[in-house]
Design a protein around this ligand. Structure first.
Ligand code: IMP
Ligand code: MG
Length: 183
């Protein structure tokens, strides 16, 4: 093949393996169990679709506190690897969140725009508490300050795919997290 010919983007270097994710989720679950110990009502795990699908599923099964699961869907990226700067609500929660303990489950905090938007949106429901667990954090790319209560892994600025994270809807089903090879 002509090396100057453009290839499609593909998953590159493995940054976090499936095994490392599993171990870290066990640790995060222990932290979260301890933080909510003795809670009087089930915690609402709020899965931010679609990137947090697998993380929510694995975290929920590692937790021992009573919990319920709901989902909210937003779109913050157009096509490609740069955020559009605007966040669009695609699907709202169905659980009334007033007076509930809500734990938002995010795949990755990048600019922080999505999480800020969601935080404001959920806060309007007047939950009893609102905390955030993020599997991945890219602190170097922040445009809005975000308080992460429970954090899995800190990454550099690479765009990543796998374990729920996509490029234009592809590569979500990879078991580990890979840097994107732009091709
Ligand atoms: P933020 O609003 O820039 O913090 O981005 C949050 C959302 O953008 C995440 O929930 C992801 O859906 C998506 N996102 C951010 N960084 C990446 C990445 O490296 N790979 C895939 N999706 C990403
Ligand atoms: Mg995405």
């Amino acid at each position: 093949m002509d090396p100057t010919e453009a290839r499609d983007p593909s998953p590159g270097r493995l940054l976090v393996s499936a095994g490392q994710i599993a171990v870290r989720i066990g640790e995060l679950a222990a932290e979260i169990d301890a933080a909510y110990a003795g809670i009087d009502a089930p915690v609402v795990l709020l899965c931010v679709l679609k990137g947090s699908l697998f993380f929510t599923a694995d975290l929920a099964r590692a937790l021992t506190i009573p919990l319920e699961i709901d989902a909210i869907a937003v779109r913050s990226y157009g096509a490609g690897t740069e955020p559009s700067g605007t966040v669009q609500l695609l699907k709202d929660v169905t659980t009334p969140l007033g007076g509930r303990h809500v734990l938002m489950v995010e795949d990755v905090i990048d600019t922080g725009l999505t999480t800020s938007f969601l935080h404001e949106h959920v806060a309007r429901h007047r939950p009893a508490s609102l905390r955030l667990v993020a599997l991945l954090d890219k602190p170097g790319r922040r445009r809005r300050e975000v308080r992460i209560d429970f954090r899995g892994f800190v990454l550099g600025g690479d765009f990543v795919v796998g374990y729920g994270l996509d490029l234009d809807e592809r590569f979500r089903n990879l078991p580990g997290v890979h840097a994107l090879d732009p091709g």
